[in-house]
Write a protein that binds this ligand. Sequence first.
Ligand code: NAD
Length: 291
Amino acid sequence: MDIKRIGIVGAGQMGNGIAHVCALAGYDVLLSDVRDEALSEALTQIGRNMDRQVSREKISQSDRDEAMERIGTTLKLTDLGPTDLIIEAATEREDIKNAIFAELVPVLKPETILTSNTSSISITRLASRTDRPERFMGFHFMNPVPIMQLVELIRGIATNEDTYNACQSVVTRLDKTSATAEDFPAFIVNRILMPMINEAVYTLYEGVGTVTSIDTSMKLGANHPMGPLELADFIGLDTCLAIMNVLHDGLADTKYRPCPLLTKYVEAGWLGRKTNRGFYDYRGDTPTPTR
Ligand code: NAD
C-alpha cells in the first residue's frame, strides 16, 4: 500500500520527533493533540531542531521550509480520518490509547494502518480493541527521534505481512533501520537495557561501587557512551521503574524485581534530568553524584 499521509496522535516529545522525521522524508503529516499548547510547542521545537540541522549542513534551508509546510496540526482527532498510516504517540496509558483508537476507527479508511509507539503496552491487546487487528502494529521509535537510528517494529499476533511490509518501507524512507520484535513485554531494547540499568542501581544499593565508579566502569570497561546511571537519569527514573514493573508483572520472573533504591529515588521525586536530580544533581554547573 502506498503511504502518503501520516496522522500522528500526541504532540509530546516523541510525537514532535516523529512528525519531524516524517515531514523531512516527504510525507504529509497531520499532528493532533488534546492540548493546543502541545501543538504550538511541538511546531516551535520541530522548527528549532530543523534549524540546528540546517546550521550543521545536514539539511538545506529549503528542505527545512518544505518539511515545515508539510506539517499540519489539529485538536480534532477525527481530522486524521483520510490519512494512510496512524502513529499513536499519546500518553503511556492504556485507557487513553483505547479511547483514541475507538474515536478514530469509525472515520478511518478501511486500508489505513494503525500503529502505536508504546514502550510497554501489549500490541496484541491494543489491536484486539480495534476493527483491524491484522492492520495494527507497534512502531517504536527511540528518543530523541531525529537522532536515533533504530525503529522497533512489533507484530501483534494478528498482524499481516502487507502491514509489516508497509511499515518496513516507511522506516526505510525515513532513512532509519528497523529491528523486528515479537509482542512480549518491553520488546527488545528495553528488555535488555532496563535490567542492565536496574542491575547498576543494585550495584550502587549494595555498595559495590559509587555512582562515579559504576558509570566510569561501564564507559571505559564496556565502551558504553554513557554510564548506566547517567542514562537512567536521561530516560527518567519513573520511566525506568515503570518498565521494570512491566517486565516483572508480564514475565512473572523475580530476576526483573525493581531495585528498592530505584523505587526510593522515584518516591523522593528525584526522577533524573527532568527534575534536576536523580543519581546526579544537575542544579549546579556540573552534574555531581547524589551518592
Ligand atoms: P509526552 O508526555 O511527552 O507526550 C504525550 C502527549 O500526548 C501530550 O502532549 C498529551 O497532551 C498527548 N495526549 C494525551 N491524551 C491525548 C489524546 N487523547 N489525544 C491526543 N493527544 C493526547 O509523552 P512521550 O514521551 O512523547 O511518550 C508518548 C508515547 O511514546 C508513549 O506511549 C511512550 O511510551 C512512547 N515512547 C516514549 C519514549 C521516551 O523516551 N519518552 C520512547 C519511546 C516510546
